[in-house]
Design a protein around this ligand. Structure first.
Ligand SMILES: [Zn+2]
Ligand SMILES: [Zn+2]
Length: 171
């Protein structure tokens, strides 16, 4: 099956400076990201890239957009969002640039590059908002919707975990 993310490099390399624009939306499966738990299950990948040739390479530039999900690392709330990832990569048949992706059988296969870029950019531990105040380390109240009377300044959460542990240990 031909993927829209596989581009013919011959036409581009024949005339340096020529360009092919690619605007497609593909399912996660097409870039081998189905089941990735940091992405929204039924999300699609929006791809807007331009491929432009030089004398010995094809430069791919643009952006890829995916729906992301996770749990806020401070307040543990579910977070869903959309992430736009900037792309600027080089493809070469004869690799002189060690960071270049290979052109194989005159084809530029954008799929593994897109997969790598997404996995690299989607945060492991997101925030629901940049200034999320998180949970009270003493009573666990959600500080963005609740107030509590705990004196947080004097308690190091690591020590409270330790003392909880000590309390739970048998004599
Ligand atoms: Zn949060
Ligand atoms: Zn509290």
């Amino acid at each position: 099956m031909a993927s829209p993310l596989v581009v013919n490099a011959l036409e581009l390399l024949r005339r340096p400076g020529s360009r092919k624009d690619l605007v497609v939306v593909v399912p996660l499966d097409d870039v081998d990201l189905a089941g990735e738990d940091r992405l929204v299950d039924d999300s699609e990948v929006s791809v807007e890239l331009s491929c432009e040739s030089t004398s010995d390479a094809v430069v791919v530039m643009g952006a890829v957009r995916v729906g992301t999900r996770g749990v806020c690392r401070r307040c543990l709330r579910d977070v869903e969002g959309e992430l736009t990832i900037g792309i600027h990569e080089t493809y070469q048949e004869t690799r002189t640039d060690p960071d270049a992706f290979p052109i194989e059988n005159d084809q530029i296969d954008l799929r593994s590059m897109i997969r790598e870029s997404v996995l690299l950019d989607v945060p492991e531990a997101p925030l629901c908002r940049p200034d999320c105040p998180g949970l009270c380390p003493v009573c666990g109240a959600d500080m963005s919707t609740e107030t509590c009377s705990c004196v947080v300044e004097t308690v190091d959460p690591r020590w409270s975990v330790l003392s909880d542990l000590r309390d739970s240990l048998p004599e």
